[in-house]
Each structure stands twice: as C-alpha cells, then as structure tokens.
Design a protein around this ligand. Structure first.
Ligand SMILES: [Mn+2]
Length: 350
C-alpha cells in the first residue's frame, strides 16, 4: 500500500471538482513518454466513468501521442497540439477543469504553456517531479518519491473512488507508465508500493508480456543499425572519470533516418558499463541541442538545472538553445571531462 496519506481536504476538492466539471481537459508534457501517455489515458478512461455528465473529456499532448504508444487503449483520442492547435486551444480555454499529469510547471508543455496559464479552469496537478510550480495550479498532488505518475494515479484514484473505475484498459495504461518509468522495474522502484500497484493492475488481465513486446521489441532495421553505429562510433568513454556520453549531430541522424523517438532509452546504454557512473546523450536539433543525463548515484537533476532543464535525481534532461558544439563543451565541463581525451573507439581494453 501507498504509505503516505492524501490530505482529506484535497481529496474532497478533487472529488467535487470532477463532479462539477462539464468540460475536462487532461494534459501531459511535450515529447510524451510511457508515463505521460499511460497516466493521461489511465485518468481519462476513469473520468469517462466518473464525470458522466461532463460534455467533453479531452486528453491533449503538445506534440501528440508518440508512434510507439499508439497501441494504448483509446490513444487515438489524444489531441495533438501541433496538428490540431486551434482545437486544443479552444478546449483548454473553454475547460472548467484541467488535470495536468507528469509535469511540474507550465513550460513543460512548450507552446501550449500560455494557454494553460491563461485558462479560466480549475487546475489540478498530479505529478512526481521535484518542485511543482505552486502558483500555476490550484490543487497539487505531488510526490517525488513515487516511481511514476501512473503509480500515483493508481493510489489517488483508488482512494477517491475505490477501484470502481479500474478495468483492463485503465490497468494497461497505468501499468505501461509504471513499467516504463522504472525501466521495467529496474530503478525508481525501491518502495513496495510500486510492486503492489503493479500487482493490483495485473489482476485486471492486462497481459504484461504483450505490453513488454509493445514497449521493448519495436526496433526498425534502421534504428538497430543506428544503435550499432552509435555504440561503435559515437560513444565517448572516460573511464577514470566514470563518465560516458553519446553525441549525435543532425548529419548523423539524417544518415540513418532517425530522430528523438528512436533514441529513447539509448542514454541508458552508457550505464550498462560497470565502471560508468554517469552518462549523457546529446542530440542536435535545428537551432538547439537536447541533452539527457543519467546516473547510478550522482544527482544529475542539479546538472540539468545548470543547463536550464531538470527532472529526477538519476534521470534528467535539458534543451539548450546553443549550438551542438557549444552544448557538448558545456556538458563535458559539467561532467568534469572537458579537454580530456576519451578512449579511442577502435581500442579494445582488457
Ligand atoms: Mn514520469
């Protein structure tokens, strides 16, 4: 069981606001991952049953549901801010309740942030990132110690409504978020509640092996070849400093026809080396560079903050409005490997 108590006043307010609402919008962050999509849909599908008099219940993602999560139940309902901007802005403006999931401040929804800030709706945050922007929401449910927003939705909605609105579809969505944010129950899962939530969801006949296939066994041949290239040609390893990093120019990405979605998870490969404690991945975009940071122990959230980003202690990221070369130097500096020579890619060490 979840061992922290929800504030009873907050619960009562959440309950009441859902009952009062006629137009509900659910939002999650730009470049949605499994937890964003899973918690968004897991909450949407429960609200369908709770808010029976609500005229509209609209899940929105700034740049839509990523291809690799389109198999989730009712993923086709998610509106894309990029592709349906006017409709999304209209729904956000007319909403009387907005539930924000898996992000801690409006800037995480990118070009929709002002629409959220200016919306007249009541705003609820349900999240597990550090430092929620308190002035941007009227009601905040936040626990940075919990595995995932999806796990948080399990406990929160169970407390609100019993398990009355759980079913196979809801459970598949929430299990997917829980599973992806813990790397398949590998990290951020040191509390029993994470496995208890999983056990509760598995009881709804969700077929975990099928979900695993949808999440993990999805590579195209191009992506597979790109990974080979990445590891053999673009991995900088600094064993003395226990640091490894990948850096991909636009040219590298064009050559293999890959983009950000294809690199999801690649940064974790740095930590597969036993001596590496901290890993990074840099990916050039037009006019900016994306940085992902991972660690086995060190706090990379504070490093990401120095780049204008943030995240979790062991997994964080930033978008740097600097050239690829400048960002690489800055990241090398933060990781303490600036000016050092990485191991030669063609050298095998014993
Ligand atoms: Mn999350």
């Amino acid at each position: 069981m979840y061992n922290k108590e929800f504030d009873s006043q907050h619960l009562a307010t959440f309950h009441q606001w859902c009952e009062d609402a006629c137009h509900i919008v659910l939002l999650s962050h730009m470049n949605a991952d499994g937890d964003a999509c899973g918690s968004l849909l897991g909450m949407t599908l429960q609200l369908d049953q709770v808010a029976t008099k609500a005229a509209t219940i609209t899940p929105i993602l700034p740049n839509g549901c990523p291809r690799n999560f389109l198999w989730l139940p009712q993923a086709e309902r998610i509106l894309s801010g990029e592709k349906q901007l006017a409709l999304c802005q209209e729904r956000i403006a007319e909403a009387d309740l907005i539930i924000c999931l898996d992000f801690n401040c409006a800037s995480r929804i990118d070009f929709l942030q002002d629409d959220l800030r200016n919306a007249k709706a009541r705003k609820i945050l349900v999240d597990h990132h550090h430092n929620p922007a308190e002035q941007e929401f009227q009601l905040i449910f936040s626990d940075p110690d919990i595995s995932s927003t999806s796990e948080y939705v399990v406990w929160l909605t169970q407390t609100l409504w019993g398990c009355k609105f759980f079913n196979c579809d809801v459970a598949r969505c929430l299990y997917t978020g829980l599973r992806t944010d813990t790397g398949g129950f590998a990290f951020s899962c040191s509390q029993p509640s994470c496995f208890e939530a999983a056990a509760l969801l598995v009881a709804y006949d969700i077929n975990p092996a099928d979900i695993h296939n949808h999440i993990v066994n999805t590579f195209t041949i191009n992506r597979m070849r790109f990974y080979g290239f990445a590891i053999s040609q673009r991995l900088q390893v600094y064993p003395t400093q226990h640091v490894a990093l990948f850096a991909f120019s636009l040219e590298d990405q064009r050559r293999f026809g890959v983009g950000g979605e294809d690199m999801e998870g690649l940064v974790n490969y740095t930590l597969m080396m036993s001596d590496i404690h901290t890993g990074a991945l840099l990916r050039e975009e037009e006019g900016r560079t994306k940085v992902s940071l991972r660690s086995k122990s060190k706090d990379v959230n504070s490093l990401a903050q120095q780049l204008g980003g943030g995240g979790h202690t062991k997994a964080a990221g930033a978008t740097c409005m600097m050239s690829f070369e400048e960002t690489l130097l800055r990241v090398q500096q933060l990781l303490g490997v600036q000016g050092l020579q990485p191991i030669d890619n063609n050298t095998l060490t014993a």
